[in-house]
Design a protein. Sequence first.
Length: 97
Amino acid sequence: MDQADGDLNGDGLIDKIVILRLKHEITEEEKRPVLLLIRRKDHSYRKAAENDNTILSLSDGGIHGDPYHGITIKKGYISFEHFGGSGWLEMEPGDYF
């Protein structure tokens, strides 16, 4: 789905954050796993961490649709960006703006 590159552990090698999803999300509740891949000196990667609950699902954006907005690696930190939401307004008969 997305990826970002940057030096997360200060060793001078470029690490990766990878966000996975099914090619065609079947349901709006599909998990979007996040993998943290640390680069080794031989330029291979090792999976240092995995989390299935970091990225919101397709349905979590409310009326705005997919809430996922991006990922950034900068100066050793990771930022996962989401956007969306909505509110419910319950009105009683006779309530008007």
